[in-house]
Design a protein around this ligand. Structure first.
Ligand SMILES: [Zn+2]
Length: 345
């Protein structure tokens, strides 16, 4: 099959590799119908050290079950399924608590002996717990929106849930990438009436307004903080959903959160140290939360709205490519000429 590997920063190649095969009785083999490139794939695109063997890429996919191990229940060959960006057994204590990303039997795509999703097929460990059957065909118009359940929609939703967003919550979202826009959509879905989107890419912030943002703040740093404080009568917001991952975004977050508020981070932090002391979090009683979203826990909740068409998270995809064009897809996302790139293998 053809599959995407990254050999170092900026070096993405599509190559012919052996087809994946069942290795354990809990595995499935899935033929990939749709995949995509994630904003978080740009981090290794910037800083992955060069290696001769390369790293498989991709962690978001919809596909058709081609083969099943003897211990996989609840699925059949031919089922169209969505996979969360982490696999899990969906039966252990942590999964039952909704923390599938910490499942002791789980793991991430494109790591260890598990391949990536920017490919024609993939081996799925813990298939019964991981894959969710979709009640549509593989030519459905809903596929782009359904694909967002694999990561970005669930991740944006996680940011809003961790921040306990309700109708009376004033929200600020930092970042107008796909996850930031999904955080806007999620906060809106949870009833928030005031949603301030901090971003400066016009096309993206317009989509953010469609998704429910009430204000857009293009300014960054100290100016951005001042603007958000101005918009909130000097108080700041109850909930900051941080969807960037850089330290300046964290600093903006504690600049705009109001006393007693919550900073919920879903942008993968590209820093290990940041202020948590009296002047940042402790003094104003700020809660810091967030982490990798257990998107498997949210699929059942978010799927009906997508099927009914009451939400259209798939609007974040603004470019569609074939598998051979994946290196160009990375370039487009890196140049910000594409918001999120959909792959049809
Ligand atoms: Zn588990």
């Amino acid at each position: 099959m053809r599959a995407t590997y990254m050999y170092g920063a900026g070096d993405v190649r599509v190559e012919t590799v052996p087809d994946p095969v069942l290795q354990r009785p809990t595995d499935a083999i899935v033929r990939i119908v749709r995949s995509c490139i994630c904003g978080s794939d740009l981090h290794p695109y910037h800083n992955l050290p060069a290696s001769p063997q390369g790293t498989p890429m991709g962690h978001e996919f919809l596909g058709v079950v081609e083969d099943l191990g003897t211990e996989v229940s609840g699925l059949r060959r031919g089922d169209l399924v969505v996979a969360p960006f982490a696999y899990s057994d969906n039966t252990c204590d942590l999964c039952r608590e909704g923390l599938h990303t910490s499942c002791p039997n789980g793991g991430f795509w494109a790591a260890g002996d598990v391949g990536g999703a920017q490919a024609e097929a993939i081996r799925v460990p813990q298939a019964a717990g991981t894959l969710v059957k979709l009640p549509v065909g593989e030519n459905s118009m809903l596929l782009p929106s359904l694909l967002t359940l694999a990561d970005v929609y669930g991740t944006g939703y996680h940011a809003a849930k961790q921040a306990h967003v309700t109708p009376r919550t004033t929200v600020a979202v930092i970042g107008d990438g796909a996850v930031g826009l999904m955080a806007v959509l999620s906060a809106h879905r949870l009833g928030a009436e005031r949603i301030i989107l901090m971003g400066r890419h016009d096309v993206r912030t317009k989509l953010g307004i469609d998704f429910g943002a009430t204000d857009v703040v293009p300014e960054r740093g100290g100016e951005g903080v001042e603007k958000v404080r101005e918009l909130t009568g000097g108080q700041g917001v109850h909930a900051v959903l941080e969807a960037v991952g850089y330290r300046d975004a964290y600093e903006t977050a504690f600049g705009i959160v109001r006393p007693g508020g919550v900073i919920s981070r879903v942008g993968v932090p590209q820093y290990e140290e940041a202020p948590i002391g009296f002047g940042s979090l402790f003094g104003p009683n700020i809660t810091l939360t967030g982490g990798p979203a257990p998107v498997r826990a949210y699929i059942d909740e978010l799927l009906p709205g997508v099927l009914e068409g009451t939400v259209e998270p798939g609007r974040v995809f603004d470019q569609t490519i074939g598998l051979e064009q994946v290196p160009d897809g990375y370039l487009a996302m890196n140049d910000r000429t594409a918001l999120k790139v959909l792959i049809r293998p």
